[in-house]
Design a binder for this molecule. Structure first.
Ligand code: SAM
Length: 405
């Protein structure tokens, strides 16, 4: 990936020579080119700003050096190619910079970042740029910095570390905060008991026991608790999910497990009757198994709204996860809708909701169902899935996949 940064403080970008990003540059994975805006001025004082029309405090960056600098960046593109960079203009009034945006940007071959200073850049530079390349104004957050350089550092680091090979263990990227909609769980290392000047601080016992399912469950509970405490907005009901407007859709917690177990047993009974065969995991699972499943998957539950903040009836659920060992596949499953609400498109909308939560790296969706449940297969086909020929992942089942669009 190539990134061009235009700034009046090229030295500000020096940290991009350090650590993983510095190594990625040396390895040729990331080609960062920093341009001094003042090199595109033509007066003795190398002026880049002037007072604002209409009055007011501060100075505004003049259009001419910016237009020349951006034209210069475009002109240095790959020989003969019509390529242009995606221009990011940092600004507190921009689109919030998120992990999802970082993922999208990491798939682009060429970015440019225009670092403003003072009161910002003359608006006509945006028009000039937009006629030549895609432009996005990007905000680091709801606060005001002195210049765009800190944003450029943040963007290059967040995007650069998603490029293949930059972070040694690609799996560590999957579990992080903001991947999958939740914050990360707390992490610990040796010593297991740390003598903090007389106070012994211990690592949670579950992490030392070697029970992987218990660790996964604990981590999921911690992710939920931490997200609820620090970023409740991330757990807010997905009221805008198409087709689910009347329902309250949330990420499931262990408190939802008893109702989830009842619903899954009710919904899998028809399969037991049609197939006449056992075991069927959703029918065999204990309450502990359901709780453990919440730790290994992101599960959403939909409830009908209730009066006065009370919990409404749990009427539908679905779950999804990145396939262990393959971050390009998003496995979905356990799609259930209460028998009295079936046939209203709820399942379809919930499945689409689970698909939309897949991280950017995901390229295809996967679901598995019983071979005898023709209605399920038809339903998934209507949702765009295609049958994978042959036996499914589990005996008596079929796999269905669809590419991400
Ligand atoms: N007058 C501008 C406004 O109110 O939107 C703020 C200008 S700010 C002092 C100067 C520069 O800092 C901006 O042009 C932008 O490059 C950068 N900047 C400030 N806050 C930022 C933020 N939250 N995210 C990204 N860039 C920011």
């Amino acid at each position: 990936m190539r990134v061009d940064v235009v700034t009046i403080f090229p030295e500000y970008l020096a940290p991009l020579e350090l650590s993983l990003i510095g190594r990625a540059r040396r390895d040729g994975v990331l080609d960062v080119r920093v341009h001094d805006l003042r090199a595109f001025t033509h007066d003795r004082h190398r002026t880049v700003d002037d007072s604002p029309f209409g009055g007011g405090a501060g100075m505004v960056m003049t259009p001419q050096p910016w237009a020349e600098a951006l034209d210069h960046v475009v002109a240095t593109g790959p020989d003969g190619a019509q390529a242009v960079p995606h221009l990011l203009v940092p600004g507190p009034g921009g689109v919030p910079f998120t992990q999802a945006m970082a993922r999208r940007l990491s798939e682009e071959p060429w970015l440019a970042i225009a670092c403003g200073r003072y009161e910002g850049i003359d608006e006509r530079v945006h028009e000039h740029a937009a006629e030549r390349m895609p432009v996005t104004v990007v905000s680091l957050g709801d606060y005001v910095l002195n210049g765009g350089e800190v944003a450029a550092l943040a963007i290059v680091e967040a995007v650069g570390r998603l490029l293949p090979g930059v972070v040694g263990n690609a799996e560590s990227l999957v579990e992080e905060s903001h991947e999958g909609g939740l914050l990360e769980y707390p992490v610990y290392t040796r010593p297991a008991a740390w003598d903090d000047g007389g106070v012994v601080r211990e690592v949670p016992a579950v992490l030392l026991g070697g029970d992987h399912a218990a660790v996964a469950r604990w981590r999921h509970e911690q992710r939920l608790a931490r997200t609820a405490a620090r970023r409740p907005d991330l757990l807010a009901p997905a009221a805008t999910v198409a087709g689910l407007d009347d329902l309250d859709v949330r990420v499931a917690t262990p408190a939802d497990a008893p109702e989830l177990l009842v619903l899954q047993r009710a919904c899998w009974m028809p399969e037991a009757r049609v197939s006449g065969s056992w075991p069927i995991p959703p029918l065999e699972e204990s309450l502990d198994d359901v709780v453990a499943g919440l730790g290994e998957w992101t599960t959403w539950v939909a409830r009908v709204p209730a009066e006065g903040g009370a919990l409404g009836r749990l009427v539908a659920s679905v779950r999804g996860r990145v396939r262990p060992g393959d971050p390009t596949v998003w496995e979905t499953g356990r799609l259930v809708v209460a028998p009295d609400l079936q046939g209203r498109g709820l399942g379809r909308a919930l499945l689409a909701h689970a698909e939309s939560a897949a991280p950017e790296a995901v390229r295809s969706f996967w679901i598995n169902t019983s071979r005898v449940m023709d209605a399920n297969v038809r339903r998934y086909r209507r949702a765009g899935y295609r049958l994978v020929p042959g036996e499914g992942t589990y005996p008596g089942t079929v796999d269905l996949t669809k590419p991400r669009r």
